[in-house]
Structure formats: structure tokens, C-alpha cells
Design a protein around this ligand. Structure first.
Ligand code: DGY
Length: 326
């Protein structure tokens, strides 16, 4: 029987070509998002789907696509996929961890530095023709070296950021995570576990890397922002929804924290108007993992997972363990 897959997102032609060596492939050839009814229509008679962190794969879609056996994502975060619903229907889910860790950590660090040193804000000022003279306090920001780095979510990416801070910038590192790291993992990072309130109170630069789930929804809201130092910065490379964007926009407007660097937003690609209006925030369009090499690796991993699962082999990077097998 021919195995059919849908590539639901416009992606590198070589990834589609690799899949076409194994399957009959229908691919999204244009940078457009398919609606859920469109996805369901195109998934009829297909056993596998290639997605990113954007296509909602829920019980409605799964029930309407009974042939589906594999949902393989090129993203590491999979909050767009109802994993228990997939598991209950014997659908294998895979994601793309590891291949993006260092690239994403680079970006988190860059966004934190751009925020602390007010790089975007000063660039806009210069481009607008406002620069008339040198001044002692012109865009005076906050030091990064030696400042306390706070990390909320200490998985692979959090640890890669900690390494950069501790080894490259002499930053004391504190973190909060549901589970504490083993001492032999903490030691080389000089990382210290603290409770969430202490993380918020002590960090000079706080970076969010926690996965999104109902438990982390609005983990940073008005009450949490109120605990932060007025000189502190907040960087979010986790997911929109981890931060209450309305509360953050208000805190930035009232200068209750010094600044924020945001790569992810609630309801993206829409951005809260209060964030767009703020000058003390650096905004980027969900690009933390976006280097050409890394995005290729992420997409190729999703393709390799589809090839493995639909070929009856073990998935390379499984998210769940459904009982029905290929
Ligand atoms: C990821 O891989 O989860 C990135 O945020 C891209 O969606």
C-alpha cells in the first residue's frame, strides 16, 4: 500500500525531496497557513503529517483523520499538539530537540544583551536622526558581565544559556525548575536552584525558557513582575502565554522593570499594542532557532522521524509512546 504524507508547512525543497524518496507527498508549496478544515481535507488518506510549532493538532482533527499514524514536528516545543489525544488514538508524535539548543541559546543571550544595552532603542534613535552629540548618559544601560543571570526553565537550552553566562561573562547563575539538576550538572555551570520568588527578586537579567503548558500559563504576570528589581530585564524565548503580555506592557510603561526582550507573544503573530508602543522592549518575530543551518537540521529531523515511524522503526525523538504500532 502506498504511504502518503502531508507537509503542512512550506519548508526546504530538499526536505520534501527526501520524504518523496519514501512516500507519496503532498506539500504546502507556499508561505500560507492552512486552516484546520483545509488541513483535515488534505489529510484524508494520509498516514503522516509534517508540522511546525504552529499547526493545531487536536482531537477534532485526529477524529476526522483516522488514517493518521505519525505527527512529526520540526519544533522542539509541541504545545500545538494534543499529545494525550494522539496517544489515545495510537498516533506517534515526535519533536526536534537538541539540534537547535546552541543556536537558540545564542539568540536568548543576544536578546538579553540587546535589551540590557538598549541596542534596538538606540538604533531607532540614530536612524530617526535624533543623534546630535555624545552625552554621558546617552542610552546608559545595564552591565551583563558579572550581573546575576536568572533562568526559568533549566532544560537543555536553559543549561546552554547558563554556560554562556557563567563561563563567558562571569555571571552568577540562579535558576528555577520543577526539578533541581543533579549536583554534577549544576557544578560546572556554577548554577544554584532557588524558588521562583527568589529567582524574580534576585535576577538582574531573567530569561524564560520554560515549556508552555497549562501549568506555565501566565507564569509571569503582574504579581511576578512586581517582585523584580526595577533595574532588571526580562527575556522571553519560551512561548507566548508564559508571560501575561498585557501585564508586561503595563510594567514596561511604568518602568517597573528596565526592559524586556521578547521573541514570542500571546496570540502571535499579533503583538499586544502596549508592547509595540513601548520603547524599552526589543521585539523579534519568533526567530530564536532561525539560522539557516539549524532550521534545516530541525526540518530534516522531522522528515527522518516520519521515515522511521511510517517505516516501522523506532522514532528518533519521540514525544509519546502510543500502543498502536506501524
Ligand atoms: C521551537 O522549536 O519550539 C521553536 O520555538 C520554533 O517553533
Amino acid at each position: 500500500m502506498t504511504t502518503r504524507v502531508l507537509v503542512a508547512r512550506h519548508v526546504y525543497p530538499e526536505v520534501v525531496a527526501r520524504l518523496a524518496e519514501h512516500f507519496e507527498v503532498e506539500a504546502n508549496e507556499a508561505p500560507v497557513d492552512w486552516s484546520q478544515p483545509e488541513l483535515i481535507r488534505r489529510l484524508q488518506g494520509k498516514q503522516g503529517v509534517f508540522v511546525a510549532g504552529t499547526e493545531p493538532i487536536d482531537a477534532t482533527l485526529l477524529d476526522a483523520c483516522p488514517d493518521l499514524r505519525a505527527v512529526c514536528s520540526m519544533a522542539v516545543g509541541y504545545n500545538n499538539i494534543d499529545v494525550p489525544a494522539c496517544t489515545a488514538r495510537g498516533v506517534q508524535v515526535t519533536n526536534a530537540p537538541d539540534v537547535l539548543t546552541e543556536t537558540t541559546a545564542d539568540f536568548g543571550f543576544a536578546l538579553m544583551m540587546a535589551t540590557a544595552r538598549r541596542i534596538a532603542e538606540s538604533e531607532h534613535y540614530l536612524r530617526a536622526g535624533h543623534w546630535q552629540r555624545w552625552a554621558y548618559d546617552l542610552f546608559a544601560g545595564a552591565d551583563v558581565h558579572g550581573a546575576t543571570l536568572g533562568i526559568f526553565g533549566m532544560g537543555r537550552i536553559g543549561q546552554a544559556i547558563a554556560r554562556r553566562g557563567a563561563l563567558g561573562f562571569g555571571m552568577p547563575v540562579i535558576y528555577h525548575n520543577r526539578s533541581r539538576l543533579a549536583p554534577e550538572v549544576e557544578a560546572p555551570l556554577g548554577a544554584r536552584w532557588v524558588d521562583k520568588a527568589d529567582l524574580l527578586r534576585q535576577a538582574d537579567h531573567l530569561i524564560l525558557v520554560v515549556p508552555y503548558s497549562p501549568a506555565s500559563h501566565h507564569a509571569i504576570g503582574a504579581a511576578e513582575l512586581a517582585l523584580m528589581k526595577p533595574t532588571a530585564t526580562l527575556t522571553n524565548i519560551a512561548r507566548g502565554g508564559v508571560v501575561d503580555d498585557a501585564a508586561l506592557a503595563q510594567a514596561l510603561a511604568e518602568r517597573r522593570i528596565a526592559g524586556a526582550g521578547l521573541d514570542v507573544f500571546e496570540g502571535e503573530p499579533q503583538v499586544h499594542p502596549g508592547l509595540l508602543a513601548a520603547t524599552n522592549v526589543v521585539l523579534t518575530p519568533h526567530i530564536a532557532s532561525a539560522t539557516a543551518a539549524t532550521r534545516r537540521r530541525m526540518a530534516m529531523l522531522a522528515a527522518d522521524n516520519l521515515i522511521a515511524v511510517l517505516g516501522g522503526a523506532a522514532p528518533l525523538t519521540p514525544v509519546n509512546a502510543p500502543s498502536r504500532s506501524g
